[in-house]
Design a protein around this ligand. Structure first.
Ligand code: UDP
Ligand code: MG
Length: 339
């Protein structure tokens, strides 16, 4: 199967933000891996508004590597938005996505493609069997995250599958049709319900540079993941309310009994603690409401999640905004519409 208009079988989307140090090593490993597949391919490097020399390194690489295509976003829009830009622009019959830091082995892409073609699969996940190269903190937070997400999305979500995967053209088109704005692909993709397979690999160490996912971005991803798939947090308010109601009833009975026995306690501390508790509960609940209302607000604004400044496949400045009406809605990492 090849894409009818371009004849490209495989697109490899690589979101990158300040990856000048990792790029030479990436190119040195990715190119032979893709050439080994013997299919027509393109590499869609999505430069997510890098501030270092990523753009210059990409331009250099392009001189000797015609299959390398550069899509530059005008500003840093976040990993998932960069992925969205890449998926929208990719032309291949199959589209793989991989990080720029060589933590996921590019050689596995050939295996994914072969598996998808052999078994007629629409999705092949790269599943990490070993995260020993990640820090203990990253492993623990990832463990909690994936456990929670499997409860939200369902068991069809493979544990420990990040953004290293292969999608068929049908799956990509299905994703493009979704109206979601703050997209978390590792949840959306399994949720689509396409026939899928897995390829296992060991997570390697970042080849160069530092992680582009500080704690703030990890929290942002977790909040997007939960609110994107569940309204359960909103029910926390109800449960807390019900619990405090019964606690108050108990307290009322207790104080009536104490009054009857003539044992009135000074009770300043308990009063104050009770007051603080109710105040805290209310603030948490208002905050939760704010989180969802913020999302409704951004959905209503219908701003694009990213702006393409340049696409080497077009040779000119790209369009002003995202690629389709389905793709509207803002998501700039760390910049969320508040209430
Ligand atoms: N990335 C991006 N935009 C961002 C942050 C990260 O495009 O705002 C890219 C980054 O360059 C890398 C991928 O997303 O290719 C995953 O990031 P990273 O490897 O830093 O995350 P980690 O592996 O530490 O979770
Ligand atoms: Mg990484």
């Amino acid at each position: 199967m090849t894409s009818a208009s371009t004849g490209i079988t495989l697109s490899v989307v690589i979101p990158m933000y300040n990856e000048e140090e990792a790029l030479p090593a990436l190119a040195a490993r990715l190119r032979p891996a893709l050439e080994g597949t013997a299919v027509r391919y393109e590499v869609v490097a999505v430069d997510d508004g890098s501030r270092d020399k990523t753009a210059a390194v990409l331009a250099d690489l392009r001189e000797t590597w015609p299959e390398l295509r550069v899509v530059r976003l005008r500003r840093n829009s976040g990993h998932q938005a960069a992925l969205t830009a890449g998926l929208h622009r990719a032309r291949g019959a199959y589209v793989a996505s991989i990080d720029a830091d060589l933590q996921d082995p590019p050689e596995k892409i050939a295996e994914m493609l072969a598996l998808a073609r052999r078994d007629g699969l629409d999705i092949v996940y790269g599943v990490r069997t070993d995260r020993s190269t990640d820090t203990g903190f990253k492993r623990r937070t990832a463990g909690v995250y994936y456990g929670l997400m499997r409860r939200l999305v369902g068991k069809q979500m493979p544990a420990q599958a990040g953004d290293f995967r292969l999608l068929s053209r049908e799956a990509v088109e299905a994703l493009k049709q979704l109206p979601d704005q703050q997209r978390v692909y590792r949840l959306l993709v399994p949720w689509l319900g396409f026939p899928s397979g897995e390829v296992h690999y060991q997570r390697e160490e970042r080849v160069a540079g530092e992680t582009k996912y500080p704690l703030s971005k990890m929290i942002g991803l977790a909040v997007d993941s939960i609110t994107g798939f569940s309204a359960a947090p909103l029910r926390i308010a109800t449960w807390l309310g019900v619990t405090s109601f019964f606690a108050c009833l108990g307290l009322l009975v207790f104080s009536l009994v104490a009054y009857g026995e003539g044992k009135t306690v000074p009770g300043w501390t308990s009063l104050f603690v009770g007051l603080l508790f109710i105040g805290a509960v209310q603030l948490i609940c208002v905050g939760l409401l704010g989180e969802y209302i913020g999302r409704i607000y951004t959905a209503v604004q219908r701003r694009p999640t990213y702006f393409v400044g340049y696409d080497s496949a077009e040779g000119t400045a790209g369009d002003a905004a995202g690629d389709s009406p389905a793709m509207v809605g803002p998501r700039h990492e760390g910049e969320r519409a508040g209430v």
